[in-house]
Design a protein around this ligand. Sequence first.
Ligand SMILES: Cc1cc2nc3c(=O)[nH]c(=O)nc-3n(C[C@H](O)[C@H](O)[C@H](O)COP(=O)(O)OP(=O)(O)OC[C@H]3O[C@@H](n4cnc5c(N)ncnc54)[C@H](O)[C@@H]3O)c2cc1C
Length: 503
Amino acid sequence: MTIAVERLDELVTALRTVLRDEQILTSKPDRYNRARVPAPFPVHRWSERLPDLAVLPTSTEEVAGVVRIANDLRVPVVPRDGGTGLTDGAVPLRGGIVVDVKRMNAIKELDLANRTVTVGTGINMLKLNEQLARHGLFYPDDPASYPCSLVGGRIGTSGWSLIGSRYGHTRDLVLSFDHVLPTGEVMHVGDGVGHKVSKSSSGYQLKHLFMGHQGTLGIATAATLKLFPKPEAELSPFWAFDNYDDAYACVGALARAGAATFAGAVLFDEWKVAYLRRDDEAYIPQPGDVRALVCAVMYGYEDEVRPAGKRLFRIAKEHGARYLGDEISQGDWAARHDRYATPLHGRTKAGQVVPMSWHCEDAAINYTDLPSVTKSWHEIVADLRRRTDVFDDWGMFAYTSGSTGVDYLTEIDVGIWEQQLDDRAWEMWVKAKRDLAAVALAHHGSISACHGSCREGEVDLVPDELGRGFDVMLDIKRALDPNNIMNPGKYLLDRAYEAGTRS
Ligand SMILES: Cc1cc2nc3c(=O)[nH]c(=O)nc-3n(C[C@H](O)[C@H](O)[C@H](O)COP(=O)(O)OP(=O)(O)OC[C@H]3O[C@@H](n4cnc5c(N)ncnc54)[C@H](O)[C@@H]3O)c2cc1C
């Protein structure tokens, strides 16, 4: 998969016409570091997924120059921001060049009157919000990976925000961006001829096409983002329940209440509570009769959050909720960005503690289908556990995706004993992922609300989810990337170049 030495020399020589030497990285650590992602993969197969080199451009022009050279020489290009994606989007499957945009992390323009900011796509939300706070503003894209994922990766995945019920998700918050096409041409994606219009009806709506493509249609280099007043008040009550059914009914009622300050609600199922109690030392112990938890979050001015909070407390009480108190509630919500990082261990069937890495599968599911999907997903992981000790069930979350409560990001967390992940266990895991995705489709959901679906297993079902739309994807890919240089091997898009597909 790697490029032959002579061709590599030719590539480096060409890259030196657009980049300085120190922007071209060829050492082993530089390449290995840019192949890593958090989602477990069989360790003995890491070397199959290495880039030939990485580059560190500092401008749109440099990115365009790199892509033009790659297109001329037919070399794969993989865009990489934080490298926190969970479906291997930023992992090179065919070698080539990793374009690491982390040096493109400046704030280019802050427009206080129109409430927008224009940034290099290598900036992350935490760093951006530190600057915006001085002006009483914030950018509310809030994934659990908030401190470590970057704006370009959010565009590449069309990510999901924990407070999206109030502010929208990445696709709503990014107004426009500069984008390098697979041929090296530069285009501006967004509404209107300026950069800051939020709605137009001229022509096709291309913004969504160039978001969530996992780097298969080019590289976003600078983005203009919507800003909001930094909230004066945050209310994040956690409520305990002695059974899942009441908690499920409660979360739906909270989301449907229509409170304008409502930013999200989360349901922790009984498996999740059991896992936290068992293996997360950071978790504040709950009485044994607690079987499910619900968290709601409100943001806004003090004088709107307080009365809305009273209404939500009333609804929770009607559903049998027990309030866990201010200290626990605030602490648990504050832990939302590191909840996944803490345990890093799970249990064998005999109860022995072993090192484990975290993997999650997500889907977008209608509220009415949550109990059935929850049951089926746990059965799939239970079946894996019956056959091997490599996997542990870490329980499920369901997060509201919108303010009306129509659908939920549904996530099952699985502990994986990575050192034991040999080819046999990997095959079992890929099959389980396919089964999990099939359950989402059978319930008329989407196989990913959040991370995309590039990995073995889930990616197999993308044509099933999109139907005729998948053929349109192939047509678009072939038209925009005639030489298949942008992130080849992802999303089954190699099919666009197979004999027999339309030209
Ligand atoms: C602990 C943890 C919690 C997480 N929680 C959430 C969550 O709540 N919500 C959520 O949505 N996701 C979550 N994720 C997944 C991940 O953080 C997101 O998918 C994020 O959007 C990826 O950003 P990144 O900068 O790390 O991108 P990367 O991983 O570097 O890239 C992701 C994809 O986008 C492409 N890409 C990267 N840069 C560009 C660019 N400039 N232009 C075009 N394409 C590009 C890559 O090729 C790749 O396919 C979580 C991950 C972790 C590890």
